[in-house]
Design a protein around this ligand. Structure first.
Ligand code: DGL
Length: 249
């Protein structure tokens, strides 16, 4: 049986885990660092330190391969983790880029400050196509999502401002460059004045990652903070049975 480690700064990576469990059986071990989320406005040094602590914790479960279910960690810490742990680490940004390149026309990347500052999607897409890539950092969204405020006036107010350029220019493709954002997809659609093609980096991820499907599945979720709001959101995001525990890392 394959042991797969999946991690994120908090609940967002569950949107990736949900896509994985639909396609592949394995023992999944998820760590969400909700206590210290958001990561997206932190310096690279700190993001590397926190992700090192996460992987060090997950290593107890004899992990065969890791899925970095966080764009921020993917862009800033993949090389460090790969070098230190000498195991396969699959960054969600790889799937995001592959999914994005299936489309034509210009793009808007909506992401954390760190992901936008890395210009990963912009540089890669503009190098490989003639499309123009706009970037908007949306630093206030993750906190709202972690608090369970995924729809309503607070979310709409933030989205109206972050999506202004998309609405003005009617940008055809919008990349959800943070794994928390698929959770607010309905609110994003509601705040657009046109029909955009919304790209979730995690869609089809089960097909992109190469590991053998096992007969059974287990889903173990560890969070550094669990409260009633988190629990409700976990139930909403995941379509499978799971074991949940609060853990210190
Ligand atoms: N979900 C993460 C991402 O994909 C990080 C969000 C955050 O903690 O700021 O970037």
């Amino acid at each position: 049986m394959t042991n797969i480690g999946v991690f994120d700064s908090g609940l967002g990576g569950l949107s990736v885990l949900n896509e994985l469990v639909k396609k592949k059986n394995a023992n999944y071990y998820y760590l969400g660092d909700s206590l210290r989320a958001p990561y997206g406005s932190r310096p690279q040094k700190e993001i590397i330190k926190f992700s090192d602590e996460i992987v060090n914790f997950l290593e107890k479960y004899n992990i065969d391969r890791y899925i970095i279910a966080c764009n921020t960690i993917s862009t800033l810490a993949t090389d460090f983790l790969q070098e230190k742990y000498q195991k396969p680490f699959y960054p969600i940004t790889k799937a995001g880029l592959e999914n994005a390149l299936l489309f034509k026309g210009d793009y808007l990347v909506l992401g954390t400050q760190a992901t936008v500052d890395s210009h990963f999607y912009k540089n890669s897409i503009e190098k490989l196509s003639s499309s123009k890539v706009y970037e908007i950092a949306a630093p206030n969204l993750v906190k709202l999502i972690e608090n369970g405020d995924i729809e309503g006036p607070l979310m709409d107010k933030e989205l109206k401002s972050y999506l202004e350029i998309a609405n003005q220019k009617q940008i055809p493709n919008i990349i959800l460059g943070c794994t928390h954002y698929p959770i607010i997809r309905n609110s994003i659609e509601k705040n657009l004045n046109y029909n955009a093609n919304i790209i979730n980096p995690a869609s089809n991820i089960g097909k992109k990652i190469n590991f053998e499907d096992s007969d059974d599945i287990s889903v173990n979720i560890f969070m550094t903070k669990v409260n009633e709001e988190n629990k409700k959101l976990i139930d909403k995001i995941l379509d499978c049975n799971y074991y949940l525990e609060e853990k210190e890392i």
